[in-house]
Design a protein around this ligand. Structure first.
Ligand code: IMP
Ligand code: MG
Length: 184
């Protein structure tokens, strides 16, 4: 039987069960760290959407959410380095304790830009939570406060991450077969 969504998967790198357990662990840590403080979680669209949705339900603490969309990748698998705000926050973050939730940190260029942009708005604090980290590819130094999984230098899809806007709905984080990229 063919499955148009799953036929191009070469390997599952992180399973949905592993992610669920990690979200629980990180959520408990975040609730503890923000005890007595307000918390605003910023989801970086679109890739961080599933992780953010799962993570916030593991944080037993009052919190608000907001969304930002920035462009980093086009449909290619390499970073252009250019970052543009496609959708800005609705919230004034001045004096707020802000936690950015990202899907993956690759070169770090996107987050570096985002951190500088948000710091200029004078939040009380600004921390970073990422599901995945590809440290081998880092071009700029980023302090990560909460990390899900460190992965090798491979292009991954699933659980929010896309290739040409597809595969975001895969429950696991996967590596695609080489022909999946070539056929696009
Ligand atoms: P950076 O600016 O190079 O750190 O790239 C960050 C953004 O690029 C992430 O938020 C993703 O949207 C995208 N990205 C980086 N690596 C991957 C990957 O392996 N699969 C899918 N998207 C990726
Ligand atoms: Mg992203």
């Amino acid at each position: 039987m063919t499955n148009p969504l799953k036929d191009n998967i070469q390997e599952v790198l992180v399973t949905s069960e592993q992610i669920k357990a990690k979200a629980k662990e990180l959520g408990a840590q975040i609730a503890k760290d923000y005890e007595g403080k307000d918390l605003l979680i910023i989801c970086v669209l679109k890739g961080a959407l599933p992780f953010m949705a799962d993570l916030i339900r593991e944080i037993d603490h009052p919190l608000a959410i907001d969304f930002m969309a920035v462009s980093s990748y086009g449909d290619a698998t390499t970073s252009s380095g250019a970052v543009m705000i496609l959708k800005d926050l609705e919230t004034n973050i001045n004096g707020r304790n802000v936690l950015i939730v990202e899907d993956i940190i690759d070169t770090g260029l996107t987050l570096k830009y985002l951190i500088e942009n948000l710091q200029a708005r004078k939040p009380a604090s600004l921390k970073i939570c990422t599901l995945l980290d590809k440290p081998e590819r880092r071009k700029v130094d980023i302090r990560v406060d909460y990390k899900g999984f460190t992965i090798p230098d491979a292009f991954v899809v699933g659980y929010g991450l896309d290739f040409a806007e597809l595969y975001r709905n895969l429950p696991d984080v996967c590596i695609l077969k080489p022909e999946a990229y070539e056929n696009n």
